[in-house]
Write a protein that binds this ligand. Structure first.
Ligand SMILES: *[C@@H]1O[C@H](CO)[C@@H](O)[C@H](O)[C@H]1NC(C)=O
Ligand SMILES: *[C@@H]1O[C@H](CO)[C@@H](O)[C@H](O)[C@H]1NC(C)=O
Ligand SMILES: *[C@@H]1O[C@H](CO)[C@@H](O)[C@H](O)[C@H]1NC(C)=O
Ligand SMILES: *[C@@H]1O[C@H](CO)[C@@H](O)[C@H](O)[C@H]1NC(C)=O
Length: 320
């Protein structure tokens, strides 16, 4: 009796959940995408991996780009998410980036680079997409340079973006892969999505209008600029063009101050997690997500319900 009751309950919950979170607008020609840095695979909060799986189910996306995925963690996550979730990881001892989906990963289409993993996915609705999860280099974080009063030349900031495996070169590595070039040629038919934690802001956010909150700098951050030059659209900035009213902060849910100075030095808050797209879709809505309970900042984070130090971002698109 009990197991049957549980089955009925879980079906009811799924129905309620999917209605509540996706509304009736998730149609046969829609797709919901999410990018989620899982903060060292959940190890900083109690029951972190369970909470990662729970929040993915709450958002109920079709595809998720993960960052900070430790070895063997996607196995746990796909097990907790249940049928029909599957995963593909970056081909590396420390995968870091992975892609989870409740659709079908097309075999032997996966690409791995220093900055991420890309793959072709066939949706159960018949649509095809190419999808990347990126986690660009975290060293020489640009906003730290920009807020350093001893920095007085733009090339000092740019040096951090363009180191050998810096964020600029990592984007170029992806864009120059022969298979990625083919995906780009076909992007009028099969959309390409590039999701991830860029560890850097957008050139669309660091403008004349906002330089007073950015250490007085206007910065053409190379990773986002390069994607724009190649025809990709930054979904958040397309839907919310006004940086002042809609900053779209994704860093950070918990890093508000720096621990090395007894939490007296503020951490710059920025939008560094993105959903870019190119191809036959329109973006309907996008949201930065950190669950339903306000996360407590470091060092009070251990019992947070939301397991990450980044906001996740999710968006809905319609195929056209
Ligand atoms: C991952 O799982 C494999 C096979 O179960 C095991 O050999 C390996 O040590 C695990 N790696 C880590 C880092 O847990
Ligand atoms: C997978 O989950 C089990 C059970 O919670 C846990 O003991 C194990 O450490 C997890 N594996 C990894 C690689 O985190
Ligand atoms: C693609 O995935 C397969 C199976 O997981 C793996 O063996 C292969 O190394 C991956 N290739 C790349 C380029 O990531
Ligand atoms: C650190 O901050 C706490 C709380 O404000 C304060 O009580 C403590 O004295 C500070 N420690 C130092 C070394 O400044």
């Amino acid at each position: 009796m009990l197991p049957r009751l549980l089955v009925v309950l879980s079906i009811l919950l799924q129905l309620v959940g999917s209605t509540y979170f996706t509304g009736s607008e998730r149609s046969q020609n829609g797709i919901r995408l999410m990018t989620f840095n899982i903060w060292q695979s959940g190890k900083n909060v109690e029951n972190g991996q369970q909470k990662i799986a729970k929040h993915i189910l709450m958002v109920n996306p079709d595809i998720v780009a993960l960052q900070e995925t430790y070895a063997n963690v996607t196995k746990n996550l796909t097990m907790m998410l249940g049928h029909p979730w599957v995963a593909v990881e970056r081909n590396h001892e420390y995968p870091d980036t992975a892609i989870l989906t409740r659709h079908v990963i097309v075999p032997n289409t996966n690409l791995s680079t220093s900055g991420g993993v890309g793959v072709k996915i066939m949706l159960r609705t018949g649509y095809m997409v190419h999808f990347w999860s990126l986690h660009l280099d975290y060293t020489s974080y640009g906003p730290y340079a920009a807020n350093n009063k001893l920095v007085n030349r733009i090339d000092q900031i740019m040096a951090g973006e363009n180191t050998e495996y810096g964020r600029g070169p990592q984007i170029n590595e992806i864009l120059s892969l022969p298979t990625m070039k083919k995906w780009m040629e076909k992007s009028d038919d099969v959309p390409i999505f590039i999701a991830g934690d860029f560890n850097g802001p957008s050139h669309l956010d660091w403008t004349e209008q906002t330089k007073n909150i950015h250490g007085d700098w206007v910065v053409r951050w190379p990773a986002t600029k390069e994607l724009e030059d190649r025809g990709f659209t930054d979904t958040y900035r397309e839907i919310y063009p006004n940086v002042l009213t809609n900053p779209g902060i994704t860093w950070s849910t918990v890093n508000k101050f720096n621990p090395e100075w007894n939490y007296t030095i503020p951490e710059p808050q920025d939008r560094i997690d993105f959903l870019f797209y190119k191809g036959p879709v329109v973006a309907d809505q996008i949201m930065a997500y950190s669950g339903c309970e306000k996360p407590q900042r470091i060092p009070f984070h251990e019992h947070n319900d939301y397991p990450s130090d980044h906001f996740a971002v999710f968006a809905d698109y319609t195929f056209i």
